[in-house]
Ligand binder design. Structure first.
Ligand code: GTQ
Length: 346
């Protein structure tokens, strides 16, 4: 691209005059709009669970889940302060449900995922089916489905929420409403969706597939077993052993706006440099290691969360066998023909 044209007095005077008519000169801003490569305000960042856990529990003393509607501490990217966003299109937060609490039923056009970080045995109900959540489970709340959360266990429960809030905001398509009661009636037995859609089989005369996977809990035990079984086979040098969560009808991503995957990195494994256009949030399930993001090292352990911006090289080094859950807006980029990756240094 050529250099920015000089801002001569005559030009600046012109810009000023046309500004009053809600006009602006493209040539003065073009190079910042159509950049040769992604330019992002998003910065790499890591939240150490041990550091933030006390604040999550403190929030539990300040407000009830019911009053808050959702008692969540937002993981705000330091490059996006005040924007309630972890990347330009995605939101992430840590939600706390104390024993006996209920987060009341509502629905919204934003899609949500839950990834259990601490505790076991709380449930989320989606469209009349409850699923009990265990650490490492990946749970989906599809767009416009009623959902409430509750905790019948005797321990606090914390999970990572991932939502497409900034994307929905950019498109101005947010709709939301409460349900008249705290909890939506339960109409199906726990495990119904998984049995119906999650065993490599789907109902013979299934209704037309929806955009979001009907399997709304992908239990960690199963995903972990799959990765363990692949351990002896070939490993992608840039990605480690990586499996994506899929929609049983289409084989495509489980959610239309958020792509999710689980990665195993064997002990001592160092990934080759990798970058992609989808800024990605990682939650550490098992193991310890260091991820170097744009040359900056971030040491992580279980329950930590970190974010890799768009088009920045990442190298993961697992000190011991590690499992990482990841999510990004890749399905959106792929659907629009925009997604790119680069394997290895330039
Ligand atoms: O659980 O429905 O973190 O509506 C943000 C918005 C969680 C939820 C969030 C939400 C929810």
């Amino acid at each position: 691209m050529h250099a920015v044209p000089a801002r001569t007095n005559a030009r600046v005077d012109f810009y000023e005059r046309i500004g009053h008519h809600d006009l602006a000169p493209l040539w003065d801003v073009l190079r910042g709009l159509v950049t040769p490569e992604p330019v992002t305000p998003v910065v790499p960042h890591l939240w150490r669970y041990a550091d933030i856990r006390p604040f999550i529990l403190e929030a539990g003393e300040l407000i009830t889940a019911k009053e808050a509607e959702r008692r969540v501490l937002i993981l705000e990217n330091p490059g996006l302060k005040g924007k309630s966003a972890i990347t330009r299109t995605l939101y992430a937060g840590l939600q706390l449900i104390l024993p006996g609490e209920v987060a009341p039923a509502h629905r919204h056009t934003q899609s949500a995922l839950r990834f259990v970080v601490e505790g076991s045995g709380a449930f989320t109900a989606v469209d009349g089916e409850r699923t009990v959540m265990r650490p490492g489970d990946f749970v989906i709340t599809p767009s416009w489905t009623y959902h409430d959360h509750g905790n019948d266990s005797d321990r606090p429960m914390v999970w990572l929420d991932g939502l497409d809030i900034p994307l929905v905001q950019a498109l101005d398509v947010s709709f939301a409403e409460g349900y008249p009661a705290d909890q939506h009636p339960v109409t199906r037995a726990p495990g119904d969706s998984l049995a119906r859609f999650g065993s490599g089989m789907v109902p013979l005369d299934a209704e037309p597939a929806r955009k979001t996977s009907p399997v709304f809990n992908y239990p960690y035990a199963r995903s972990r077993d799959a990765l363990a079984a692949l351990h002896k086979g070939p490993i992608d040098p840039h990605r480690g052993l990586a499996l994506k969560y899929v929609h049983p009808h289409t084989g495509d991503w489980a959610m239309p706006t958020i792509g999710t995957f689980l990665t195993l990195l064997p002990t001592g494994f160092v990934t080759a440099p990798y970058r992609s256009t989808d800024a990605t949030v990682y939650a550490v399930v098992e193991g310890t290691g260091v991820s170097t993001i744009g040359g900056q090292p971030f040491a992580w352990g279980p329950q930590d969360i970190f974010v890799v911006p768009s088009w920045v090289d990442v190298v993961h080094h697992a000190s011991d066998e590690a499992v990482l859950f990841g999510f990004s807006d890749r399905p959106v980029q792929e659907a629009l023909g925009l997604w790119r990756e680069r394997r290895g240094a330039a």
